[in-house]
Design a protein around this ligand. Structure first.
Ligand SMILES: [Zn+2]
Length: 314
C-alpha cells in the first residue's frame, strides 16, 4: 500500500492571526507543544512551577532556577518575537516545497540574514527519530549542482561521476514514517549502520541492487534491480522512497536553487519532518490544546537543540 501525500486544508494566514493574535498567545501555544502535560523545569525536570511576569518567566519550586519557553531551544538567544517564530513554523508547514529566506524575510518583516539563520535553526530542530517497521524501502540519492555550473574556485576537482554531489540515504515505511540522512560514502559499513539506526529488526526491506546492502542480517531484504529496467513487480519496488526524493529535488531546484553540502543535512531534516507530519494541521483552530499539530510537533523537537550563528557559518 502506497502512502501518498495527504492534501489537507491548512488554516489560512487570516486564521493564523486570529488564533495567535499576540505574543502571549504565541508563548502559550509554544509552551503547550514543549510541555504537553504541563510546564516542567528546564533545569531539573520538576513539575511545580511559579509563573512570573504574566507567564513570560517560570521559576522552579524545586531548584529555584528561572527559565522561559525559549530556554534550551534554538530560540534561546533570539530577539525575534515568538509570534514570528510560530508564523515561520506555520509557513514551513503550508509550503510543500518550503520557503526561501528571501520570502521568509518578507513575510516576517526581518532581514534576509535573520530569516536565513532562523530557518536553519528551525530545520535543526526538525526531529524524526522514530524506528520504522513493517515493509520499508531504502534508497540513496545524490544532491548537488553540476560541476560545469560552478565557479572555478568552488570546483572540487575530484574527477569522476558524482563529483560535488552529496549522498543522501533515505528509508520509508509503507505504513508511514520516513528517515533520511546525509552519508559521507555509500559503502557497506555506512549503509548497514544507517539501516540499523532507522529500522526495527524483522522488517521487510526493499532496496536497489547496490552491493552495499549485501549481508544485512535481521531483515527480510529483496533487491529491486533497476539496472535491468525491471518494471514494478508486485510489492518489489522502491516507488515510495523515490516519491520522497522527487519532493526533495523539486524543492531544491524550485525554491532554493542551491543547497551547499555544509547545510544539506538540515534541509533533509525539514523534508523528513514534513513527510512525518504530513496530514497534520499546522495549528488547531478550535483551541483544542491537546491536539497534535505541526507547530507542536516542531516545538517538541526543539528540546535541547542549539545552533549559533557562528556555528552555522563556521
Ligand atoms: Zn528545577
Amino acid at each position: 500500500m502506497k502512502k501518498k501525500y495527504v492534501a489537507i486544508n491548512q488554516p489560512s494566514a487570516m486564521e493564523f492571526f486570529s488564533r495567535i493574535p499576540d505574543e502571549d498567545a504565541a508563548r502559550k501555544y509554544l509552551a503547550s507543544g514543549r510541555w504537553p502535560n504541563g510546564v516542567k523545569c528546564h533545569h531539573c525536570g520538576h513539575g511545580e512551577i511559579w509563573t512570573i511576569k504574566g507567564g513570560m518567566l517560570y521559576r522552579c519550586k524545586g531548584c529555584g532556577k528561572q527559565f522561559t519557553v525559549r530556554t534550551g531551544t534554538v530560540m534561546e538567544d533570539s530577539h525575534i518575537p515568538l509570534r514570528k517564530w510560530v508564523y515561520a513554523m506555520y509557513l514551513m508547514t503550508i509550503s510543500r516545497k518550503s520557503i526561501s529566506s528571501v520570502q521568509l524575510a518578507k513575510e516576517l518583516g526581518i532581514t534576509q540574514k535573520s530569516a536565513w539563520f532562523m530557518a536553519h535553526r528551525l530545520r535543526e530542530s526538525c526531529e524524526s527519530k522514530a524506528m520504522l517497521s513493517g515493509t520499508c524501502e531504502a534508497d540513496e540519492t545524490y544532491i548537488g549542482g553540476k560541476e560545469k555550473n560552478k565557479h572555478a574556485s568552488k570546483r572540487t576537482h575530484a574527477g569522476r561521476g558524482g563529483v560535488g554531489k552529496t549522498i543522501v540515504f533515505g528509508i520509508k515505511s509503507r505504513d508511514g514514517g520516513t528517515r533520511a540522512k546525509v552519508l559521507p560514502v555509500a559503502n557497506r559499513k555506512e549503509l548497514h549502520a544507517a539501516v540499523k539506526e532507522a529500522v526495527a529488526s524483522g522488517a521487510i526491506l526493499y532496496t536497489d541492487d547496490h552491493r552495499g546492502y549485501y549481508g544485512l542480517k535481521d531483515y527480510r531484504r529483496t533487491a529491486v534491480n533497476h539496472s535491468k529496467g525491471e518494471y514494478v513487480d508486485g510489492d518489489a519496488h522502491t516507488n515510495t522512497i523515490e516519491s520522497f526524493w522527487a519532493v526533495l529535488k523539486r524543492a531544491h531546484y524550485g525554491t532554493f536553487h542551491h543547497w551547499s553540502k555544509k547545510h544539506l543535512a538540515r534541509y533533509v531534516n525539514e523534508f523528513v519532518f514534513k513527510a512525518n507530519t504530513n496530514g497534520l494541521p499546522a495549528f488547531d483552530k478550535t483551541g483544542n490544546d491537546c491536539g497534535i499539530t505541526t507547530v507542536r510537533a516542531h516545538m517538541a523537537g526543539m528540546e535541547g537543540k542549539r545552533l549559533t550563528y557562528q556555528g552555522l557559518i563556521a
